[in-house]
Design a protein around this ligand. Sequence first.
Ligand SMILES: Cc1ncc(COP(=O)(O)O)c(C=O)c1O
Ligand SMILES: N[C@@H](CCCC[NH3+])C(=O)O
Length: 440
Amino acid sequence: MYGTQAINGRGHLCIGGIDTTVLAKEYGTPLYVYDTALIKSKINEFKQAFARHAGVNWQIAYASKAFSSIAIIQLIDEQGLFLDVVSGGELYTALSAGMNPKRIHFHGNNKSHAELAMALDAKIGAIIVDNFFELDLLEKMCADRNQEIDILLRVTPGVEAHTHEFIMTGQDDSKFGFNLGNGMAERAVKQSLQSLHLNLIGIHCHIGSQIFETDGFAGAIKIMIKHVSAWTHDFGFQLQVLNVGGGFGIHYTDSDRPLPIECYIDTIVTTAKKECDCYNLSLPSLWIEPGRSIVGEAGTTLYTVGSSKDIPGIRKYLSVDGGMSDNIRPSLYQAQYQAICANKANEAAQSQVALAGKCCESGDVLIKEAFLPESCTNGDLIAVFSTGAYGYSMASHYNRIANPAVIFVEDGEASLVVRRETYEDLIRQDLALKDLSRNN
Ligand SMILES: Cc1ncc(COP(=O)(O)O)c(C=O)c1O
Ligand SMILES: N[C@@H](CCCC[NH3+])C(=O)O
């Protein structure tokens, strides 16, 4: 059970003080339910963890790729966090939510001219420059506009995070960033320092996602500070910001053992302090960009069971009314989840089933080995836990399945924050064949 989740007297799962069967009836399924009290408490944990280190400057930016919508950005804004966006669409969403552009950072390994122009027009806080193409383009655009912008350089420290290879990003063979090991990053620093329009305020790295240990962060910081010290000595670079990205692991199943948030932050702060002392550098402002660890555990997806298929001696499939179209992670990363029968939450969950989605793909199985009550059948409600990050944000329209609705729940109140898509929404961008009438 996460956050405000509880089982009521009728044996139903409640979130934010509301019976999930009531939510399913009112909003339909599949339904993404976010426990906003849990989001706020995660944010608070990050703030408290930094606050323990007096005299240290820090900044937390929510990585909106984990889940972006007007309402979540407004919540993040209200909590005083900064925001990391990675595309024109995420930037547009943030600006539409009323986020102060100064508190937005723009990431991405292939930002287009139009996206950079949008960021410059909005006068966002900083751009995290990823490669030489972008460095040249941004320089030229700023010169043409006679505009200045703060930048950080994304570097690839050559550190392998212990996580799924698809979500490792700090290793040398990565599409992201300027490699530290082969002199690319040094050239980028030199070039930025010569710029009249780009104010190089710091460097950034992100070693990967869903990381359960602190060594990778410490290793990346050590390598970065070592290089920064050389750049300070050789060409007077003054590091104001060290951004170590996100990646803090969360609980999906009982085999996950996430570290308390303060462990990551303590490691980041103490390593940065120690390394800066060692090279006689002043401590820069320490920035992080958590996504998953802010919204992941707060999200639960509700599904309704439809058909089932029992293959004696092999496996029983229970199919639900969503699947890889609203949660691609099991198919993409073999990600594991846990689920319960939300309307039979007190019944013993001893029947092993495969919880299948409804997409036309054999791989569309949300949980290969789910344990549910023997009686779980058509019409029952399933709650899949910890779906708040990279679930809705990676949803697709495969098989023309409409995206689910998203609701926020807190203190007995539910609010719809993303409408369920309709069939009309699905064909909204489609155009009919122009010459169809000629053939009739
Ligand atoms: C540059 C960058 N920052 C932050 C994040 C957020 O990571 P997470 O959701 O694991 O905290 C990511 C995603 O992996 C990323 O690529
Ligand atoms: N989408 C990935 C994480 C990638 C984060 C962005 N670099 C996941 O679901 O785990």
